[in-house]
Design a protein around this ligand. Structure first.
Ligand code: 3HC
Length: 331
């Protein structure tokens, strides 16, 4: 998607006040920043952190669902799940390419993931013991991802913004397949409805934690919003997600596991919104710091995939060298 020739492009500039003001003026004028443009080092680092974490989340996110492909209950469900998991792999690839345009190598990004230095979304450290988890992930996790990612289509960094357009279209299909799966379960036997309710009970709180710490504890939001990387704060997006999801749960006869959930007509500057109960931030940070139920398994699976794929990378490099030599000889 992006020319590897851009890697290492000279985007360094002396960060005088004049340079920083001119950069901010471009941002304020809604200009897109492109890979070869001069940019403050902190802007570049923020994007590498965020885009690579996003890429890691996509490829780690393939694992909890991939585990159900062989056990999907019908051909239709299997095909949809296979397509979804494949999409997530594609999203990872766009995003790694977008991160590479900032002068960081894929190898370095992978090393940071496997060593535990780089984060990936907390949500993928929860297990998927039942088929209903596949519905809950599509509906809630992809639903939360869309809420967070549609504004990223307007991110100030061009390659990230453009990658997000296709990603969001595909996430929208993922959300619908998940919701439709949950709806089918709620229309089935009492046991199937119980499965759907149980999955919702387990995925609701982790899904609303996906938006990150509350605004008062968010380290990066203010600067990322000033640079128009983020367009809304973590709490604003979390509130929008809750307000959109409560009626969806009601429509299919499921109960959200939050006794404090209550419509508040005064919220959202008088437009109304749901009050909700306290989020267990201790659980969130435990999972983010590597102590969730599945953290170790997820990283072990990614390490195995990277090690098993070494021969493919070596073969690709040998093939590219062979063609480069042939081209040089012909010239
Ligand atoms: N899981 C793990 N770490 C998280 C997190 C989460 N859900 N939410 C926040 N954090 C981390 C941050 O990365 C940061 O740590 P760092 O300084 O070491 O990087 C710390 O907690 C403080 O959080 P901030 O609010 O200050 O961080 P950000 O301003 O970066 O906001 C974010 C966090 C909202 C996740 C933002 O980075 C973002 O919008 N990222 C792009 C989208 C993304 O990565 N989504 C992940 C899910 S993708 C997905 O779900 C795949 C799909 O197929 C379903």
């Amino acid at each position: 998607m992006y020319s590897q020739g851009l890697i290492g492009a000279n985007t360094q500039a002396e960060e005088t006040q004049e340079f920083l003001d001119a950069f901010q003026a471009r941002i304020d004028a809604e200009e897109k920043i492109e890979p070869n443009d001069p940019m403050p080092e902190a802007y570049r680092r923020t994007l590498v952190r965020m885009i690579s974490q996003h890429a890691h989340s996509e490829i780690v996110g393939m694992l909890p669902e991939g585990n159900w492909i062989t056990r999907a209950p019908s051909l239709r469900r299997k095909v949809a799940l296979l397509a979804k998991v494949q999409d997530e792999g594609g999203h990872g690839l766009y995003l790694y390419s977008a991160a590479e345009t900032l002068g960081v190598s894929r190898e370095q990004l992978t090393e940071d993931l496997l060593s535990g230095k780089a984060k990936y979304s907390s949500i993928f450290n929860y297990p998927t013991p039942t088929w209903a988890d596949i519905g809950a992930i599509g509906w809630l996790v992809d639903g939360a991802a869309i809420m967070n990612q549609v504004p990223l289509c307007r991110c100030s960094y061009g390659p990230y913004a453009r990658a997000m357009v296709r990603v969001c279209k595909e996430e929208s299909f993922h959300q619908r397949q998940g919701y439709e799966l949950m709806k089918s379960l709620t229309e089935g036997t009492p046991e199937q409805k119980d499965l759907a309710q149980d999955a919702l009970n387990r995925w609701w709180w982790p899904s609303i934690m996906m938006f990150g710490p509350s605004d008062t504890d968010s380290l990066h939001s203010d600067q990322s919003m000033a640079w128009k990387i983020k367009r809304f704060s973590n709490d604003e997006l979390r509130q929008s997600f809750i307000d959109a999801t409560v009626p969806q749960a009601e429509l299919i006869g499921l109960t959200l596991p939050d006794p404090d959930l209550k419509w508040n007509p005064d919220k959202n500057k008088g437009k109304g919104g749901y009050d909700f109960g306290p989020i267990d931030w201790d659980e969130f940070w435990r999972v983010v710091k590597g102590h969730g139920m599945m953290n170790k398994d997820r990283l072990a699976a990614r390490k195995k995939a990277w090690d098993d794929g070494a021969w493919v990378r070596e073969a690709a490099v040998a093939h590219a060298k062979k063609h480069a030599n042939e081209a040089a000889e012909a010239a």
